[in-house]
Design a binder for this molecule. Structure first.
Ligand code: ARG
Length: 269
């Protein structure tokens, strides 16, 4: 099944506020480097044969490049985002408009949630993060909208504030091999670690060095895994587990706390 992604060019990328520990508004950033790195992610996806859609970036929204936070799209339905911080609030209606113009049935969120940043689809169910951004109550809201069982997971390390910085879904969509993930156990509470061990006994276990370069912020089609080039140990582990790591360099976007997965919103028809 062909992957279809929504992306947003980082035309107005900047680090002007701090809503996660990666961001330092006093440090320099280079918007043109962010754009060229993002363009190489786009070419990588094109070479892998994925279908890409683009949403227009808006000038006062420097984090809009992180499309994964724009909503959750499953079975032709879209669950809108409701951002935790005011700085990103206006992204939600922009993504909702895009969804409606492209034939998705939008369901307005009542609960705070940051889209696929915290709601990861694995086969027929969802792994849902809470602790920093998405409210626990949003997990039930997502379950009611999509009718898919949700497994709630408690994040405990502020550096890994979104679930997609602590877990990479490797496989599990229809037609792929059995569901599997890569993750950093210490990013989760003890109970959530135990739950992940039960669900995924064969998971690829990342090191903190992998996670500290946002190595888990990866995009997999079940075989190819697009991940930050700096995550060399994780790439080795993935190879041993039979995957094909595809490295990309998004170092400039990491200054805002984002990697390849953050730039990628999967559209599931
Ligand atoms: N600066 C953005 C924020 O803190 C980064 C978002 C990264 N996105 C993600 N899916 N992890 O909201």
């Amino acid at each position: 099944m062909q992957k279809r992604f929504l992306m947003c060019r980082p035309t107005y990328f900047a680090v002007t506020y701090k809503i996660n520990p990666w961001m330092d508004p006093d440090a320099p950033f280079d918007t043109s480097l962010a754009i060229s790195q993002w363009e190489s992610l786009v070419s990588t996806y094109q070479e892998l044969g994925y279908a890409l859609e683009f949403i227009d970036p808006l000038p006062s929204l420097p984090d809009m490049v992180f499309a994964a936070n724009g909503g959750t799209f499953i079975d032709g339905k879209m669950y809108t985002s409701q951002f935790r911080y005011a700085e990103r609030a206006d992204e939600a209606p922009a993504y909702r408009d895009w969804a409606e113009r492209h034939g998705f049935e939008a369901h307005e969120a009542k609960q705070v949630n940051e889209g696929e940043g915290d709601l990861l689809t694995v086969g027929d169910y969802l792994l849902a993060g809470t602790g920093f951004r998405t409210a626990h109550a949003a997990h039930l809201e997502a379950q009611e909208i999509f009718g898919r069982p949700v497994v709630s997971l408690q994040l405990v390390d502020p550096r890994f504030y979104h679930l997609d910085t602590a877990i990479a879904v490797l496989s599990g969509s229809r037609g792929e091999k059995p569901a599997n993930i890569a993750y950093l156990p210490e990013a989760f509470s003890a109970g959530s670690q135990e739950a992940l061990r039960r669900l995924f006994p064969d998971a690829v276990i990342a090191t903190s060095a992998d996670a500290e370069v946002l190595g888990l912020n990866a995009v997999s089609d079940g075989h190819n895994v697009v991940l930050p080039v700096q995550a060399t140990n994780l790439a080795e582990q993935l190879k041993k587990a039979g995957y094909n790591p595809v490295p990309v360099d998004l170092s400039e976007l990491r200054l805002a706390g984002g990697g390849p997965k953050c730039c990628t919103l999967e559209l599931r028809g």
